[in-house]
Structure formats: structure tokens, C-alpha cells
Design a protein around this ligand. Structure first.
Ligand SMILES: [Zn+2]
Length: 247
């Protein structure tokens, strides 16, 4: 048996055996793991609110040889999403981060850049301010997974967009110029291409003071979600919920 203590983000829990819970957690040192938290559903004393999705914790767990699940002994809360007001939109954004991480990360594969990205966006995900962190997270996850196409030149002919819109479609990766666009493609506006470029060059704090209403860079979010769903080969429930906000 090997005992570990590691920074981790809680992604999801499932009830099992009446009083226990299976917990999916993204640890900084060992990547995504699943553990069993004994009696966590019955007694909230041991884990308190520490198993809420997207809680940043210091997790103590034990790995046993030839066992898929680690034994989760305790989670000390470092930062809880519940320490700030939670409205429906913020809860939806938090669910989006958790679902994307759960579906995207391979097990037992440390991904420190993804861990740091998630901590940074969580800090900026406030009631009434979700569209910057959701957009920032969506684009950066694509890049860190190696799924982000170039945003300056047409994938087909290599021409620079240079102030023209770029076109994306659900069937394939890459952005196309107006001449090479697929008939069913959608546009990324020149303004959104500039925004994407800034997102890849600057920390989220550099953009946090700006106004981010729901319609800002909505095309970028549609692009990011479509690309994620294509690579994951499934629909993201939380992405659908995000698209319904404010309608
Ligand atoms: Zn082209």
C-alpha cells in the first residue's frame, strides 16, 4: 500500500453501497483517479462539503496493488466553489469544467498545465461573470490536448485570414478561408479571431476587467464545444445547458 497526499480537484461522485461514494478526482501528481470514500454519503463529518464538484482539496488516499480504486481517506478543502455565491449560470459553468475534465483527461496521466489552467479559470468564475472563463477554458483545453488548429491561416490553402472571417464545421478540424469554406460551416468573426489570439498569449487576469456579456465571442465557444464534442465523440450535457442560458 502506498499513501499519498496530493492537491486535487473533485470532478464527480457516484453513490455506491448505500453509504459510500465513488469519487473521480484530478490529482496534480498522478492525474485523474477514481477512489472510494467510505461512509461519505451517510456521515458528512469526514468529508464535509469537500466532495462538491470543482472543490480544490488536499486529498489523502491509499493506493493498493492491483486495485483500480484508491481509498480516499480525507479531503481538506483548499478552495470551495461554494464559498462564493452560486447562481444557475455559475453552477452551469462549473459543471462544464468538471464534465470536460472528466471526459477529456486520461486516467493516471499527470497534466500540470491543465491543472493550472483550471485553478486560474475557477478563480475568475463568479456569479454574473462566466463567459470569459468558459471561453478561455474551452480554447485552452483544445490547445493543451493538441486539438486546436492554427487561427491565422486557412488549413486548406494556407492563406492568412488577415481580417477575413474564418470558417469551421462540425465534421473536421481546421479553419478555412471564405473560398475554401464548407457549405455547412459557421464563421468565426475577425474580432473573435483577435480575441482567441489574445487568449493564447495572455493570462486570464489580463482580460478579467473587460466586459464579457453573453454574446461576446459566442462563436468561439461554439467552435470550442463543437471541436471538443467531435474529439470526445459524444455530446457534452453541460455545453447544452450553457447554450440555453439567458434564453
Ligand atoms: Zn483557403
Amino acid at each position: 500500500m502506498i499513501a499519498h497526499q496530493a492537491e486535487a480537484l473533485i470532478l464527480r461522485t457516484w453513490p455506491v453501497h448505500e453509504a459510500d461514494q465513488i469519487v473521480s478526482l484530478f490529482t496534480r501528481d498522478q492525474g485523474k483517479l477514481k477512489g472510494i470514500a467510505k461512509s461519505s454519503a451517510k456521515s458528512r463529518k469526514r468529508f464535509g462539503g469537500a466532495l462538491e464538484p470543482m472543490t480544490y482539496v488536499l486529498a489523502s488516499y491509499v493506493e493498493k496493488p492491483r486495485q483500480e480504486l484508491v481509498r480516499l481517506d480525507s479531503c481538506e478543502i483548499l478552495t470551495s466553489p461554494l464559498s462564493d455565491p452560486v447562481d444557475y449560470a455559475r453552477a452551469t459553468a462549473l459543471a462544464f469544467f468538471a464534465e470536460v475534465l472528466e471526459e477529456t483527461l486520461p486516467d493516471h496521466d499527470p497534466q500540470d498545465p491543465v491543472f493550472r489552467l483550471t485553478l486560474a479559470v475557477l478563480e475568475h468564475t463568479r456569479a454574473g461573470h462566466i463567459w470569459l472563463p468558459v471561453t478561455y477554458f474551452g480554447l485552452w483545453i483544445l490547445r493543451l490536448m493538441g486539438w486546436m488548429p492554427g487561427i491565422t491561416h486557412c488549413t486548406v490553402c494556407g492563406r492568412a485570414f488577415g481580417g477575413d472571417p474564418a470558417y469551421f464545421q462540425s465534421q473536421s478540424d481546421g479553419l478555412a478561408c471564405p473560398d475554401d469554406r464548407h457549405p455547412s460551416s459557421r464563421a468565426l468573426s475577425p474580432t473573435s479571431l483577435v480575441t482567441a489570439d489574445r487568449i493564447f498569449r495572455a493570462p486570464i487576469t489580463a482580460m478579467a476587467a473587460e466586459e464579457w456579456p453573453r454574446n461576446r465571442a459566442a462563436d468561439l465557444r461554439r467552435f470550442a464545444i463543437q471541436a471538443l464534442e467531435r474529439h470526445l465523440e459524444r455530446r457534452l450535457r453541460s455545453a447544452h445547458a450553457l447554450s440555453q442560458l439567458g434564453q
